[in-house]
Ligand binder design. Structure first.
Ligand SMILES: C[S@@+](CC[C@H](N)C(=O)[O-])C[C@H]1O[C@@H](n2cnc3c(N)ncnc32)[C@H](O)[C@@H]1O
Length: 315
């Protein structure tokens, strides 16, 4: 990795600003909303069986926009039920915005909110130290597992926090997820994924991950990696595809601040345009426009932001 570049997550305000620009330019939250409307009721259909209180845990919830929409669906499915909503989120700025959102949202009467300003690993350590092994009926990790150092251990821990009918919902960028052919090795046969249908993110990360600030702060993982891990743990899961895109035209307009912030978010690099070596910058700018990452529509460059939802039960 080139030394002048540092991870975007090391500058929390720039990270939050870039994330907001990303949300504005993409259909990220819209495709999640559609999933919540159409598929979430089925996912949560048994989490509240014979219960008067539901325990929900959000990991890396950001400012809570998606959390509140999911809570509203849980309320609709289980009218009058009490919901204890716990949030594990390391960014003070995001927690502040979440609290503001809660204060402005009507109909949250039966929900209590507890924020824990922690990373998921810090939360896990706290639970183990205090031996407070609480069970949750619904746990979600939406677009946050990139920032966890030991993903298999994190999956194992949070699966162990599920109550008997509980569900763990994960959203990450997608790979096609459909293995296309078998490869034979001395260790046996294993399946190779076809690169077709991958999100632009996985294409970018596979090619440039080693030259970007891939460090303790960010892993370039996809939903395909998660399903591989779940399979090797013997966990049952169900996947859903969420087609999504992002207008990255601004990245190619000289001096466009939002375009620069989007580039930071795409590369997980703080001030990428200024700090990246010119050869790397030129190659990434070229590849961002290639068919592996984007299409051109009405003069706009539209990046493939496809996501996948993975729902894990407590089997
Ligand atoms: C891309 S945002 C997603 C926010 C929200 N889930 C959404 O989809 O709108 C990632 C969030 O994960 C949080 N985060 C970063 N590292 C984390 C960690 N190790 N444990 C828990 N959350 C983390 C960030 O502060 C940020 O709010």
């Amino acid at each position: 990795m080139e030394s002048a570049m540092r991870s975007l997550l090391s500058d929390n305000s720039r990270y939050v600003e870039s994330f907001r620009v990303f949300l504005k330019n993409s259909t990220e939250h819209q495709c999640m909303q559609q999933f919540i409307e159409t598929k979430l009721p089925e996912v949560i259909s048994s989490i509240g069986n014979e219960k008067s209180t539901l325990d929900v845990l959000g990991i890396g919830s950001g400012s809570g926009e998606i959390d509140l929409q999911m809570l509203s669906k849980i309320q609709a499915k289980y009218p009058g039920i009490l919901i204890n909503n716990n949030i594990v989120e390391p960014s003070a700025e995001q927690i502040f915005c979440y609290k503001e959102r809660v204060a402005k949202t009507p109909d949250l009467d039966n929900i209590t909110f507890s924020w824990h300003k922690k990373t998921s690993t810090e939360y896990e350590h706290q639970v183990n130290e205090q031996k407070e092994y609480r069970k949750y009926d619904f746990i979600h990790m939406i677009q946050m597992l990139y920032y966890v150092k030991d993903v298999p251990a994190t999956l194992k821990f949070f699966r162990s926090c599920l109550s008997p009918n509980g569900k763990l919902l994960i959203i990450l960028v997608s790979v096609s997820g459909r293995p296309r052919f078998k490869q034979q090795s001395r260790l046996g046969s294993y399946l190779i994924r076809s690169p077709k249908g991958e999100s632009g993110w996985s294409t970018l990360w596979k090619k440039y991950g080693p030259r970007l600030p891939l460090n303790d702060l960010c892993l370039y993982i996809t939903a395909g990696d998660i399903t591989d891990m779940l399979r090797s743990m013997g966990a049952q899961y169900k996947s859903y595809d969420l087609p999504s895109d992002m207008d990255i035209t601004g990245c190619f307009i000289e001096g466009d601040r939002n375009g620069e912030l989007l580039l930071d978010f795409l590369t997980e690099t703080c001030d990428f345009k200024k700090n990246a070596p010119s050869d790397l910058r030129d190659q990434i700018m070229k590849d961002l426009q290639s068919p592996e990452c984007s299409t051109t529509k009405d003069g706009k460059i539209i990046f493939n932001n496809n996501l996948s939802v993975v729902v894990v039960g407590n089997e």
